[in-house]
Design a protein around this ligand. Structure first.
Ligand code: NAG
Ligand code: NAG
Ligand code: NAG
Ligand code: NAG
Ligand code: NAG
Ligand code: NAG
Length: 594
């Protein structure tokens, strides 16, 4: 991105913009919102903001029936208490499963999707006093309190400078557990530590980072000025709603946990994995979680660990540190720096060390397996790979070049340079069309998901816009996610027969190119209605959903969209092979339970 963030954040002008914003929003809301109590739905702020259109949808707790059923009055709206409903991270469902879960492995933090009949089938409402989110880049520092009404982090983490209350707003000063004095200073120190005091993280060759247990994602926010892309994740746990804060701020993040399964990201994808007191017991179970990190790191990638065992010589910390040293040494990771509260290892690309340690029974080498398999619902493996692929060893070019450069892993799935280049050009053109058809100021859009990302062409074409894109590759399709990471973009595997691991109202734009038709024959749980319902859950009020697909799918979606309280417009675009293709531009209305 590289836009002059620091200039935009000059504290004086920042405050000016903020006051203007407050006045604007206040004038939208006074008068129309407070008062009556009967349960009906009203449109809050539509393009035609005259009066209060009422909708016929009923407010009722409704579960998914088989066959799926859409009432004539429109899809029911879930009661207000479900305003934070995340089907596969629903604590009330998970508490029923607890006896079957291995709590010492933290299995309860992983995804557990309820069976269909226990899934809600109703529109997830916004909380009381929900306001359209503050726009990027102000949102990096300020979000509406009523949108994420959880004070736990401010109370518990106040001293660590994560987040503070400021009137109607949350203020994020850019701190974190191990960077009380701000992420920029911490990031500079990591740069010093990885370059022997001669450079920064960019000169250390870092362009993609995985932040484990990311808190409110300030680390990722302050890596953006270095053009470093971060995939941040954290579980939904006692640290209430940290991922919701991150996404409300406009910083890419998702819910996930390191417990018993591989993370939904491809191997060899990150130059750095970061853990700042991330509450992961790396030293347990023979270091199996570190072996998952080894899978994700590129050769010569860094593991950054800022946590008490790295600097405290009391209680159980020295023993944990010794265990960590034993495990990392056996894995042939080299401890290259230890300063203040941080230790940094590098994953050395030396197969002979690993072979030797395997002979001494200190380490297992993974059996060769299908490199192309998506890491989705795969158990963790207590082994490491030997780096043999020469392509993985070469230092990657800068991100701007990588975006347009053919990713070599595509050859394995039969996609050649010419196919790649024409896909890149195609999406550049489509983005121009979308901009015109949507007709909104680009500043309205920050959090974007490409639900069927294929080669990442859509995200690459947006690379000069101030957005971030979650590139999702469905697990039932070929694994192109490795190539997406090779391009310098980030994303995750997913199965759209299940809801995504994110909070409601977290994306401004969803893009579904030939996604719905792919799922047509896959079965219950991912019918058109199910996927549209999930889209409605995760898109923000007034957010956009762009669907391009074959005629039969498009006409069914167009028919059902009003029942989901979406506005919908149909357009025709070229499909890249000189054929016409239908495109729906849908917009979720901004409504509220009254
Ligand atoms: C949980 O997993 C650990 C490590 O694999 C194992 O030793 C333990 O027996 C398991 N506990 C239960 C209750 O299954
Ligand atoms: C925020 O949460 C508090 C405590 O749970 C509650 O009293 C308050 O009404 C909530 N505010 C809004 C706007 O929902
Ligand atoms: C990093 O190194 C530079 C040059 O030696 C120094 O000026 C700077 O203070 C260091 N930063 C941190 C946070 O240690
Ligand atoms: C870092 O710099 C010091 C002093 O110049 C030098 O002795 C040391 O070998 C360097 N370390 C690495 C890893 O390059
Ligand atoms: C670490 O390894 C050494 C040498 O193999 C061994 O003696 C020691 O017990 C190990 N420490 C821990 C905490 O496992
Ligand atoms: C995956 O790639 C193979 C090899 O190019 C191709 O034959 C197959 O159709 C692809 N599968 C899917 C689901 O696209």
């Amino acid at each position: 991105m590289g836009h002059p963030l620091s200039a935009a954040f000059d504290s004086k002008s920042g405050q000016l913009i903020l006051i203007a914003l407050l006045l604007m929003v206040a004038s939208f809301y006074t008068g129309t919102l407070f008062g009556h109590r009967s349960i009906t739905l009203v449109e809050k702020m539509g393009p035609s903001d005259s009066g209060e259109p009422h909708f016929s949808n009923k407010v009722a707790l409704t579960f998914r029936r088989t066959p799926v059923f859409l009432p004539d009055t429109g899809v029911n709206v879930c009661p207000l208490v479900y305003n934070e409903y995340i089907p596969c991270h629903d604590l009330s469902y998970i508490s029923d499963l607890l006896p079957q879960l291995n709590l010492s492995l933290r299995e309860e933090l992983e995804r557990h999707c309820p069976p269909l009949e226990k899934r809600l089938f109703c529109l997830v409402p916004s909380p009381k006093d929900y306001k359209l989110p503050i726009k990027w880049p102000i949102s990096r520092d300020y979000v509406w309190r009523s949108n994420v009404n959880h004070s736990h982090l401010a109370e518990v983490k106040g001293g660590q400078n994560w987040v503070h209350e400021k009137g109607q707003l949350w203020w994020f000063p850019g701190g974190g557990t191990h960077f009380k004095h701000g992420a920029p200073e911490y990031i500079q120190r990591l740069g010093n530590m990885t370059t022997n005091e001669t450079g920064d993280l960019v000169s250390a060759g870092i362009s993609q980072v995985l932040d484990v247990g990311c808190g409110v994602a300030s680390f990722a926010a302050y890596l953006l000025p270095l053009d470093i892309q971060t995939m941040s994740f954290a579980p939904k746990d006692g640290h209430e709603n940290q991922i919701q804060f991150a996404l409300e701020r406009g910083i890419g993040a998702m819910i996930s946990a390191l417990a018993t399964k591989q993370l939904p990201y491809p191997s060899n994808s990150f130059e750095m994995v970061h853990c700042s007191r991330c509450r992961v017991d790396w030293h347990e179970n023979d270091g199996i979680l570190l072996k998952e990190i080894d899978r994700l790191l590129r050769p010569n990638g860094y593991f950054v660990y800022s946590a008490p065992p790295a600097y405290k010589k009391v209680k159980e910390f020295p023993l944990i540190w010794e265990k960590l040293l034993n495990i990392t040494t056996a894995m042939c990771w080299k401890l290259i720096a230890q300063q203040v509260q941080t230790a940094i290892w590098v994953k050395e690309a030396n197969p002979s060390c690993r072979l030797q340690n395997a002979d001494r029974k200190q380490l297992n080498i993974c059996e060769d397996e299908d490199e192309l398999k998506s890491s989705w619902n795969m158990p963790l493996k207590n082994c490491v790979k030997l780096t043999s692929d020469q392509a993985n060893l070469e230092k990657l070019p800068p991100r701007s070049e990588r975006l347009l450069q053919y990713p070599s892993s595509l050859a394995r799935i039969g996609i050649n340079v010419q196919m790649f280049d024409s896909d890149t050009l195609f999406w550049q053109e489509q983005i121009r069309h979308y901009r015109k058809l949507m007709g909104v100021d680009p500043s309205q859009i920050r959090n974007v998901m490409d639900m069927n990302a294929y080669l990442g062409g859509f995200a690459a074409a947006l690379s000069t816009s101030p957005v971030w894109v979650m590139n999702v590759v469905p697990v039932s399709l070929n694994n192109t996610l490795a190539a997406i990471y090779e391009r310098g973009l980030v994303g995750a595997f997913h199965n759209w027969c299940e809801p995504f691991s994110t909070y409601p109202r977290t994306y401004d734009l969803l893009h579904a190119s030939h996604l719905l038709s792919h799922y047509l024959d896959i079965g219950e749980g991912c019918l058109l209605e199910d996927i549209i319902l999930e889209m409605d859950r995760i898109v923000r009020p007034q957010g956009f959903v762009i669907i391009r697909d074959k005629l039969s799918v498009i006409s069914r979606v167009r028919e059902m969209a009003p029942k989901f309280l979406w506005d919908v417009k149909q357009h025709v675009l070229d499909n890249g092979q000189r054929k016409e293709e239908l495109v729906l531009i849908c917009r979720k209305k901004f409504w509220a339970i009254f």
